[in-house]
Design a protein around this ligand. Structure first.
Ligand SMILES: Nc1ncnc2c1ncn2[C@@H]1O[C@H](COP(=O)(O)OP(=O)(O)OP(=O)(O)O)[C@@H](O)[C@H]1O
Ligand SMILES: [Mg+2]
Length: 334
């Protein structure tokens, strides 16, 4: 993976992406209160790489995914996919481009049509995008079933006849039907039992390796993130506060928020329970009332005076020039 990052151009570049939602309007339809969901975020995803977005509920992970896929209109910023700007792309071209990026959602029961057989669900994107004849589509559906480790006999079943894990495999097969280059997984394993979760994660990892697919993986469970990601971006109140390799984030976290997130995750090994711990105090601020300066200062146990007024910028805390070593942190302590 490291070699990949060093030698290749990013598949996806997200530049200064921002989105606010209007939550209150006056009589004249003018916004009187807005909610900052995503603020000035920047990151890249390389071919064959899995980048995870983590952070508490409401920090803007799903909005980021929707902005990238152009399902929600951004207020500001650019999304470059293979160096082509998606946000300003004409609708027809964007529809074609959509073949290259697909999404897998949290709940397979609501993302699969209950009236469709598994065969029909997987075949649908191929039919909509006019990919081949009846025979070639049929062949491809069985290939995809095999790819996600489901027996041919599943083709005639309906979602209610399958388990959560099996349905999520079907959603993955459907997402892979058009040979995408990027798959966005929004809490794709969160609704599954732990053992099923591990199986689906292994499948995703295998697909990433075998098919060289890139993943944007959104999850709140750090154990899951640690298992699947090459790099991790930590979000807080709509901003990325730290981004680095999975190894750096878990073994050498720098931002007090990342440290707190890791400290609050359950640890199986009792010997590791006594490591330095930072605990979050207070409630997460409302996204309609963003704190001044560093947005984390209201909960930060190590804040200094300037955190209340100065906005930290992401800084590389690693002296090496290598992309793989890059460790960006947005904290005034660095
Ligand atoms: N269409 C919308 N209109 C108004 N507010 C919205 C809309 N979509 C999202 N938000 C708000 O934007 C913020 C970010 O939401 P988002 O769904 O991106 O968070 P998330 O990190 O995915 O959370 P979760 O972990 O709970 O899924 C939240 O405060 C949410 O209420
Ligand atoms: Mg979400």
């Amino acid at each position: 993976m490291n070699d990949l990052l060093e030698s290749k151009e990013p598949l996806l570049k997200v530049k200064n992406l921002s989105k606010s939602f209007s939550v209150e309007k006056n009589f004249f339809g003018r916004t009187t209160k807005s909610l900052r969901a995503v603020h000035d975020i920047n990151f890249e995803i390389y071919p064959g790489e899995c980048l995870s977005l983590v952070g508490e509920s409401g920090c803007g992970k799903s909005t980021t995914a929707r902005l990238i896929l152009n399902l929600v209109k951004a207020d500001q910023g650019e999304v470059l996919f293979e160096n082509e700007e998606l946000l300003s792309m004409p609708a027809r071209k964007l529809r074609q481009k959509r073949e290259d990026f697909q999404m897998v959602f949290q709940n397979p029961f609501s993302s699969l049509d209950p009236r469709f057989t598994i065969f029909d669900s997987i075949a649908e994107p191929l039919i909509v995008h006019k990919k081949g004849t009846k025979e070639s589509i049929e062949k491809r559906v069985f290939e995809l079933l095999e790819l996600v480790d489901l027996a041919k006999s599943f083709a005639t079943k309906y979602p209610h006849e399958c388990s959560g894990g099996q349905n999520q495999r079907v959603s993955i097969a459907r997402a892979l039907a058009l040979n995408p280059k990027l798959v966005v997984c929004d809490e794709a394993v969160s609704a599954l039992d732990v053992s099923v979760q591990a199986n689906v994660l292994h499948l995703l990892k295998k697909l990433q390796k075998d098919l060289q697919i890139s993943f944007l993986f959104i999850a709140h469970d750090l154990a899951v993130v640690k298992m699947i990601s090459d790099r991790v971006a930590v979000m807080y109140l709509g901003e990325i506060v730290e981004i680095s390799s999975t190894q750096n984030i878990f073994s050498n976290p720098k931002h007090p928020y990342t440290k707190a997130l890791i400290a609050s995750a359950p640890v199986a090994d009792p010997k590791k329970r006594n490591r330095e711990k930072i605990f979050l105090t207070g409630e997460i601020p409302k996204p309609t009332e963003i704190p001044s300066g560093c947005t984390f200062h209201t909960r930060c146990p190590v804040k200094i005076d300037s955190c209340l007024s100065q906005v930290p910028k992401l800084k590389n805390v690693c002296s090496s020039e290598k992309k793989t070593d890059s460790h960006l942190v947005g904290c005034l302590l660095y």
